[in-house]
Design a binder for this molecule. Structure first.
Ligand code: G3P
Ligand code: CA
Length: 251
């Protein structure tokens, strides 16, 4: 299924941290709502707890998205589960917990066609997080639906070389020894995440010529969606899936 993305003729919507614009990010509620809406893919962020459980949370600390304070890696999974990961977004979401990757896998059993963009956040143990995530996703029969992302070029190379995973890298990484061959053409990136600031038809064309799938983020209003389409980037990571989905219906 993931392979067909390279020949996709219509918009593919990846919900960034779930339906981030409407629900508390990286929560099961945000993921479920995005899938119910019809998003094709979920994007989410992984880190280890102190006891090396794979948690879904973006920041290095819990400060912004919970009622707690401190580094994620200083809390055990049980301690992280005591925190409120919804109240910061709105009082009606108070009491929502930080999910584990295992819990997301359970939820995905009801949505077997949804694809996953799994980001391994940069940290000293990022490769171990990647190893653990690959192992769990394989065990749960979901690995074939995954593209892995990291801003750490070493992690991209590790996922490619050790696990044979599809990866989404970023433009700066293409210059790195970790993700490209000496001539700059043998890339370990299956796809490339291009921010709206960098997105142009020329950039998209250049990556296509190298066999790397262009994948933009985050066209959240209709004008940006049309711009991304005009550039030739059909794969879109979005905070709000609605504009891209509305335009897709008209295509
Ligand atoms: O595809 C780009 C997206 O993964 C960026 O993620 O974690 O910087 O919001 P983040
Ligand atoms: Ca991310």
């Amino acid at each position: 299924m993931i392979e067909t993305l390279k020949d996709q003729q219509t918009i593919v919507v990846a919900a960034h941290r779930g339906w981030k614009s409407a629900y508390p990010e990286n929560t099961l509620l945000a993921f479920q709502q995005a899938m119910e809406l019809g998003a094709d893919m979920l994007e989410f962020d992984l880190r280890f707890s102190k006891d090396r459980v794979i948690m879904i949370i973006h920041d290095e600390t819990v400060d912004r998205t919970t009622n707690g304070s401190g580094k994620v890696s200083d809390f055990t999974m049980e301690e992280l589960k005591q925190l409120d990961a919804g109240g910061w977004f709105g009082v009606v979401y108070a009491g929502i917990k930080i999910p584990t990757l295992e819990e997301l896998c359970d939820l995905l059993a009801d949505y077997p066609h949804v694809l996953l963009n799994v980001e391994i956040k940069s940290s000293p143990d990022a490769k171990e997080v990647a190893d653990a995530a690959v192992s769990l996703l394989r065990e749960r029969g979901i690995l074939a639906n995954c593209v892995f992302t990291s801003f750490d070029a070493e992690v991209i190379a590790h996922l490619h070389d050790e696990h044979g995973c599809r990866t989404q890298g970023f433009p700066g990484q293409l210059m790195s020894n970790y993700v490209s061959g000496p001539d700059g053409t043998i890339s370990k990136m299956w796809a490339v995440g291009i921010s709206m600031k960098l997105l142009t038809p020329q950039v998209v064309q250049e990556y296509r010529e190298q066999g790397i799938l262009p994948w933009c983020y985050s066209p959240d209003v209709e004008q940006q969606v049309y711009y991304a389409l005009g550039c030739g980037s059909l794969l879109m990571t979005v905070n709000d899936p609605l504009p891209a989905m509305r335009i897709r219906e008209q295509m």
